[in-house]
Design a protein around this ligand. Structure first.
Ligand SMILES: Nc1ncnc2c1ncn2[C@@H]1O[C@H](COP(=O)(O)OP(=O)(O)OP(=O)(O)O)[C@@H](O)[C@H]1O
Ligand SMILES: [Mg+2]
Length: 309
C-alpha cells in the first residue's frame, strides 16, 4: 500500500505580479515502509512539496494522500500519525528542549510523555542539554532536538527535510543509525531530503530527482549510477610512467591528470573495456605500486542530471 501519494501536484507563488512555479505537476508514490529520497538543486521544489504534504502550504491543484487519506479531509488522523523534522527548526527559542517536547507531546496526544521524552533525549544524546533553552544550543544540538520532535508521536509517516544539517560526522552517522533503526522497528515510511549524497545513498530505497519543480527521474541509487558508464582509474607505477602514458593514449582512454608516478584516467565500462585495459597493463609488465578503481557516485549523477536543462 502507498503511504504517500502525490498526483499532478502544482504549486506556484506570486511575487511582484510574477508567478513562480515551485512544483510543476509532479507525481510519485511511496510504499509503506519505504525510505524515499527527494533530491535536486537548491530551489528545485523539494521543501515546497514537503510543506504541502505536512499541511504548511496549500496546493494549487493535484491530489495528495498521506496514510491513504487526503490530509485536508482527515487532518486529525494524518497529523497524529505523521510528523516532520526539518533543518528550519520550529522549536520555540525561549523554551528548553524538554519544554518544547512537552508542548509537542500534548499537541500529538502522546501518552506517558515523560517516558517518551527521556527515551528520545537518551537516543539523541541530548540528556545533558535537555533543560537548556533552544536559543543557547549549538546547531548540531538544535538539529537533534528537532529530530526528537519529529519522533515524539512515533509517526507512521515521517518527513525529513535536510534533518542532518550541521551534525558532526560521528553524530551524523549515529543519527542515520537511529533513523534506520526507527524505520525498521516501526515499518515507518519516510520522505527524505538531503544535499549529502552519501546519506541519501545509505538510507533511501528509491530516489526522485527534482529540478525546476519537475521530477526528472525516479529510481534506485544503483540504477541511477548506471546512467554514467564510466569508471575512474588511478594507477601508479614504480617506473616507466611515460611508457604507461603512451600506452594509455593508444588505448583511447581519457587521461584526467598525471602526477609524479601516477595517472588518473576515465574509461568506459561498456564492452568490458576497463577490464581489458587493466589486464593489458599487467600483461605489458608495468610494475604497479597502486591501483584504484572508482565507479560513479550519486554526486556525479546529481551533477549530470542537474546540468541537463
Ligand atoms: N513563499 C514563497 N514565496 C515565493 N517563492 C517561494 C516561496 N517559497 C519557495 N519559493 C520558491 O520556490 C522555489 C522552490 O523552493 P523550495 O524551497 O521548495 O526548494 P528546495 O528544493 O527545497 O531547495 P533547497 O535545496 O535550497 O532547500 C524556489 O525558487 C523558491 O525561491
Ligand atoms: Mg529545501
Amino acid at each position: 500500500m502507498n503511504y504517500i501519494e502525490v498526483q499532478n501536484l502544482v504549486k506556484s507563488f506570486k511575487e511582484k505580479g510574477r508567478a513562480i512555479t515551485a512544483v510543476d505537476n509532479i507525481s510519485f508514490s511511496v510504499k509503506k515502509g519505504e525510505i524515499f529520497g527527494l533530491l535536486g538543486p537548491n530551489g528545485a521544489g523539494k521543501s515546497t512539496t514537503i510543506n504541502i504534504l505536512t499541511g504548511l502550504l496549500e496546493k494549487d491543484s493535484g491530489t495528495i494522500k498521506v496514510l491513504g487519506f487526503e490530509p485536508e479531509k482527515n487532518w486529525e488522523y494524518v497529523k497524529n500519525n505523521s510528523n516532520v523534522a526539518t533543518a528550519y527548526s520550529w522549536l520555540s527559542d525561549v523554551l528548553t528542549i524538554r519544554q518544547n517536547l512537552r508542548v509537542y507531546a500534548k499537541l500529538y496526544g502522546v501518552k506517558n510523555c515523560e517516558h517518551k521524552i527521556n527515551e528520545l533525549l537518551e537516543m539523541f544524546e541530548l540528556k545533558n542539554v535537555a533543560d537548556r533553552k533552544i536559543i543557547r544550543l549549538s546547531s548540531g544540538e538544535n538539529t537533534r532536538a528537532v529530530l526528537c520532535k519529529g519522533l515524539i508521536n512515533s509517526p507512521k509517516v515521517l518527513f525529513l527535510d535536510e534533518c542532518t544539517v550541521g551534525l558532526d560526522p560521528d553524530i551524523a552517522d549515529k543519527t542515520r543509525g537511529i533513523i534506520k533503526d526507527y524505520q525498521k522497528k516501526n515499518d515507518c515510511t519516510i520522505l527524505f531530503t538531503s544535499h549529502y549524497m552519501y546519506e541519501v545513498e545509505e538510507l533511501c530505497d528509491r530516489i526522485a530527482f527534482m529540478s525546476n519543480g519537475k521530477i526528472i527521474r525516479i529510481d534506485t541509487s544503483s540504477n541511477l549510477k548506471k546512467l554514467i558508464k564510466k569508471h575512474t582509474v588511478e594507477i601508479a607505477v614504480k617506473k616507466n610512467i611515460k611508457l604507461l602514458r603512451e600506452f594509455l593514449k593508444t588505448e583511447g582512454v581519457d587521461i584526467v591528470f598525471e602526477k609524479d608516478n601516477s595517472i588518473v584516467f576515465e574509461v568506459t565500462t561498456e564492452e568490458d573495456k576497463m577490464y581489458k585495459v587493466i589486464s593489458k597493463i599487467f600483461h605489458k609488465g608495468f610494475m604497479l605500486s597502486n591501483l584504484h578503481v572508482k565507479g560513479p557516485t550519486l554526486d556525479d549523477i546529481f551533477i549530470k542530471i542537474a546540468r541537463q536543462k
